[in-house]
Design a protein. Sequence first.
Length: 674
Amino acid sequence: MGFLSPWFLGGLLGVGLPLYVHLLRQHKSNPMPFSSLMFFERRTQSSIKHRRLKYLALLAMRIALVVLLVLMFANPYVRRPAAAAGGRRTLIVAIDNSFSMRAADRLAAAKQQAVETLSALRGGDKAQVISFASGVHLLTQPTDDSAELRAAVQSVEPGDSRSSYGELARTLRGLATGVSGTVEAHVFSDMQRSSLPTPFKELTLASNTKLVLHSVGPDKREPNWYVESVNAPHSVYQPKKTRVQATIAGAGTEAAVLNVSIALNGKVLETKRAAVGLNGRATTEFLLPDAAYGLNRGEIRIESRDKLPADDRFPFALERKESSRVLFVHDARQNRGAAYFQAALASMPDAGFSLDMVATDQVAEVSPAKYAFVVLSDVGSLPQSFESALTDYVRRGGAVWIALGPVAGARGTVPIADLPVVDSKYASREKERFQTAASVDQTFPAVSRVNKFDEVKFYQVVRLQPGNARVAARLGDETPLVLEKRIREGRVLVFASTFDNISNDLPLHASFLPFIEQSALYLSGSESAGLDYSVDSLLELRSARDSKTAVDVMDPDGKRSLSLKESASAQAYRLSREGFYEVRRGNGRHELIAVHPDRRESDLEVIPKETLALWQNTGQSPEGGASGQLADKPVSLWWYFAVALLGLSIAESLFASRYLTAEVEPLAQRRAAA
């Protein structure tokens, strides 16, 4: 027992007040009439009789009132176990089914130990089964049905996700909320060190949670070789050999020489030997012959020498296709911008673009539908038939890149995008007056690598009213330089200057090539080519949020992963498994996505026992007590003292009225006799 406000105990000095009232204040002289005192001798009369305590029961009550009042304000408390209020237990059985649990028989051992734990369930207790990796899945609700619980344990299948103990702890805290009794969380895992969150406080548990850890792996780090990464082009356009680089790594391994193979569409094409050092890495390079047209499924494999063969392969996707055609429309009198643009595309052969240049007076019969995107380079009026076809092309998912110069600025509005032109701003070269880019949105793909157009001087720009268009770059006076406007599924990219070296000197700087390359890849929908997709990555399905065009996703088993509603409205899709996904987008593109497990799961280093012990104690309350022993909880007793104080006050009033009445009556009688 203790006191939350011990300084109030000083009020016990007030106990002397009832003693003062009962002892020192009870001697009273009642004057009586007498004829003469001359025959009485003056002497000191003893007052011992008057110092005797009277009405002891009333005195005890008054002292008790003072004591109770002081104790109530001192707020005494006693400690009780946090879950002592309810005698029932709730068992939470958490089974790790992350990628590393594929090693040896770890998952099978975890399920067997979980069943044994459930068999010890006592009468009145309930249990709940969950599985966890990067996320947590509730397989049952709290129940005492042993058959249902065992069936849930047996239903846990190995996964490809990365394990997260931080996400598990967050879920355990949520499940413990509102539970009146003890929560015992039994975690069955290989205790992989890479699963720990960076801030350790994310592992904190609720105070009524007892954490019991069941390790199903060895106590020391197991050696493991794995394919760490593969560098391969996503698309091949020219009939030439394709270079593929693979990195082989070892975690907790000795030096070894491994056989590394490359396979395409299930057929092994070549095998090489790679010398991997102690806990080291080795890079192996392959030259693929001409791949077949269309989508190809590739894989890098190593010979299995460890207990986790699932990471001895690494998938990659390769598409052989024709170069994407780009339509470049320009004014017949202006060829300088076309020359710079063509030179930029020619400098990046792996991008796979071929340029068709057409003057505005010859574009009437050209169909934009057969082009990856269309460029309008400082054009004024367009043939009505072509402009209508171009508008329809954008609405159906096409892309147009518009560069604005003096000719386009005189038009008054930007074609297709319908953005009003405010004016054209000019500067004088003789006085070195120019504008520079002041802000660039690095999250916008078309300008993410231009380094803010460093040292580029803009002598002439067309100032627009952006409206609801996204501004990706601005000049120093806040004039929009690069804008994008979405029109249904399509997009229009606007560059408020030209591609030549007259309105600016951009073609003379290093920013020009990445600006052309990234914009071309973005407009053609190839900006994600070559991205490294790991399990649990999000794949963007559509570019416009208001689009209702259906997108189909086929999982590694060849089954549709999206419902009809999701196919029409989902913005992203989580890649939850290793393997190849086929994506059919709304604009007709057909893509093959290769997904591999997170390679942090391949390092089988275990968490030190000291760290595990700290985790078990994260539910410790400030006053002491750990989650492993269920921390004691202080329970205040002031309410009981308040009730006792009230009852005693009533009793004291009754006793006091009785004594006072008995004392007043003799006094009145003596006065009447006198």
